[in-house]
Design a protein around this ligand. Sequence first.
Ligand code: NAI
Length: 209
Amino acid sequence: MQKDSISESVIRRLPRYYRFLSELEHTGTERTSSRELAKQLGLTASQIRQDLNCFGEFGQQGYGYNVAALRRQLELIIGLNRTRAAIIVGAGNLGKVIAANIDFAAYGFRLSGIFDIDHELCGKEIAGFMVKHMDELEAFCKEVHPLVAVLCIPQEAAQETADRLTALGVSGFWNFSHCDLDADRSRVQVENVHLGDSLMTLSFRMSKD
Ligand code: NAI
């Protein structure tokens, strides 16, 4: 199946499958079934089979899935085996937390630089990186070719900055700025993150009775 035709809900479930299989592998489990996975993940067995069938035939009738092999396949499907250079734009509270706490390498990325416009912050060290001024962005991108930018800047600056980065070859945005970026989705991938959405989901679940 073409990657473009994979539904958003399947894409959203892949990291959960990967994470759960990694935990199983870590505890020495060699084999599992769609029924066992479904029980643990709160899905149905047929849902899991259908999701995995989008990418090929992984299980064997009567055996189920080999945990390590399926985890490795998902690693390839999600693209975790690559190393894409990434930069953080905005070295404030959020940028600092992300730089210090996200294990980019575990997800197929290599943090390569941190940028800001605040002269007070530039030159300071965060997570082993010297914060660079946005004036250095063009020269940096020509040399390092980052493919991904983590936007941790105010909403008002996000679109203009994303356009500038796109022109410099960035094709993926992990966007924490509270705005929906206008991007040509055939060339540029955007993952908007709103922690508040998750909190609203919790609120809904707690309120629905
Ligand atoms: P902050 O004010 O501590 O940091 C923002 C940084 O961006 C500052 O260092 C500032 O100098 C820099 N900046 C401003 N314009 C810039 C530009 N054009 N280029 C490069 N750097 C620029 O703010 P904080 O707490 O780090 O939050 C950053 C953004 O993330 C805010 O817009 C906030 O609303 C949003 N946010 C989003 C969350 C989410 O779940 N999506 C969670 C928390 C914050």
